[in-house]
Ligand binder design. Structure first.
Ligand code: TTP
Ligand code: MG
Length: 397
């Protein structure tokens, strides 16, 4: 499966600026010589596309909304999308901020059809990020990438086994993965217009244009690609977040969420033998507007209270103007082992040891065996809410 977000940067901007939704939005630099990174589908209707100069884009779409990129936000969204994909597969291979491969072979027992897997991922991405993904499913990576493009926007395109050659045949050679504009022109000069033309040509003919890559491209033209999904193994950050069942308004409730997530993040850090030196707080509002704030700590830590303290400070930097839909806490700038501080401070050393004992007890007897009081508090709150909602009818009584 290949997942690729629709008009990625522009969609994030429209999500975070509701007044721009449904309008032509072009993301690019401010300078005279800058180019468009991308354009919303509304702007594409005016002929604006990636890599076009901003001045040309302004000519074609004078009423467009031109905005500068916010890379920090796109990176955060990208992490979120990758995390969602990891619910569906053990490993994913990100190839750009807004696209990644995953190996879904063997998932047939959980889903009745390939389409069902694709729909589930699309729905979860939309629910959790407010953004639209296009999905391609095919017998191999190259075709899956083609497929996600063929269904755009809001696509779900499946190329089944046996249909590889037929699907590719009518497409222009430019669509073949790795064929750039120069190679495409030279292929056309040799009489290869479509991928079908390449399928039928002897490799010796292709060699004249493609050199020693002729065999590879011939195989691709036939829909053959045996490259495996190569998972990114390195962990760069550890985070925990949740979407509220109902939007929350009280600072106290948000702080409780921060405490819960900090606890989970600290536990995961210890489990992996890591500590983090940066903490990020993410708040998503009811309108899907999303703000993240980060800070660097003086020392790496794996203690919940340090992470929580940092996240609370970050919360003060976020104006709470509307209901909150999601709260997330992430530790990054990870290092192996525990922070040096613990060697010099007895109280920190004790806290570290206490946390290790709690971890061990939870490991052996389950998470409910021993835990911070705030979890019990949270559970009680949830129960309270449920009972408020349940109307007991006389008959049930
Ligand atoms: P793409 O996936 O190529 O494009 P897109 O997501 O904007 O639109 P779609 O997939 O629906 O066709 O690229 C992802 C992001 O990468 C894009 O939003 C902006 C950035 N980008 C550039 O900065 N420069 C470029 O030339 C391209 C193609 C993309
Ligand atoms: Mg995209």
């Amino acid at each position: 499966m290949h997942v690729d977000m629709d008009a990625f940067y522009a969609s994030v901007e429209q999500r975070d600026h509701p007044e721009w939704r449904g309008k032509p939005v072009i993301v690019g630099g401010k300078g005279k010589r800058s180019v468009a990174a991308t354009a919303s589908y509304e702007a594409r209707a005016y002929g604006v596309h990636s890599a076009m100069s901003i001045s040309e884009a302004k000519r074609r779409c004078p009423d467009g909304i031109f905005v500068e990129p916010r890379f920090g936000v796109y990176h955060a969204v990208s992490d979120e999308i990758h995390a969602i994909m990891l619910h569906y597969a053990d490993a994913i291979e990100p190839i750009a901020l807004d696209e990644a491969f995953m190996d879904i072979s063997g998932m047939g027992s959980q889903y009745r059809t390939l389409g069902a897997i694709g729909r589930a991922i699309k729905a979860e991405i939309r629910e959790k990020t407010g953004l639209v993904a296009s999905v391609g499913i095919a017998p191999n990576k190259f075709l899956a990438k083609m497929a996600s493009d063929m269904g755009k926007p809001d696509g779900l395109f499946i190329i089944p086994y046996g249909r590889e050659r037929a699907v590719l045949a009518p497409l222009p050679v430019r669509k073949l993965w790795g064929v750039g504009p120069v190679t495409a022109r030279r292929l056309q000069q040799m009489g290869f217009e479509t991928i079908g033309d390449m399928q039928n040509a002897p490799v010796s003919q292709l060699r004249k244009v493609l050199g020693n890559q002729a065999v590879l491209f011939h195989q691709l033209a036939l829909g053959i690609d045996s490259r495996p999904v190569e998972a990114e193994r390195e962990v760069k950050s550890i985070g925990d977040e949740s979407t509220m069942e109902e939007d929350i308004f009280d600072r106290e409730d948000i702080e409780r969420q921060i405490a819960l997530h900090s606890d989970v993040v600290a536990r995961r850090l210890r489990k992996k033998g890591l500590s983090g030196q940066a903490v990020t707080l993410k708040i998503r509002f009811a309108s899907f507007r999303t703000l993240t704030r980060s800070m660097t700590l003086s020392e790496p830590t794996r203690l919940a209270e340090d992470i929580e303290k940092a996240a609370r400070i970050l919360l003060q930097r976020i104006p709470l103007s509307e209901g909150v839909r999601l709260v997330g806490v992430t530790a990054s700038r990870l290092v192996e082992g525990e922070g040096m501080m613990n060697l010099f401070s007895e109280s920190r050393d004790r806290k570290g040891k206490a946390a290790a004992v709690v971890d061990a007890l939870q490991e052996q007897f389950g998470e409910r065996a021993i835990r911070r009081g705030l979890w019990v508090e949270q559970e009680l709150k949830e129960k309270e809410k449920k009972s408020e909602k349940t109307v007991i009818s006389p008959i049930m009584k």
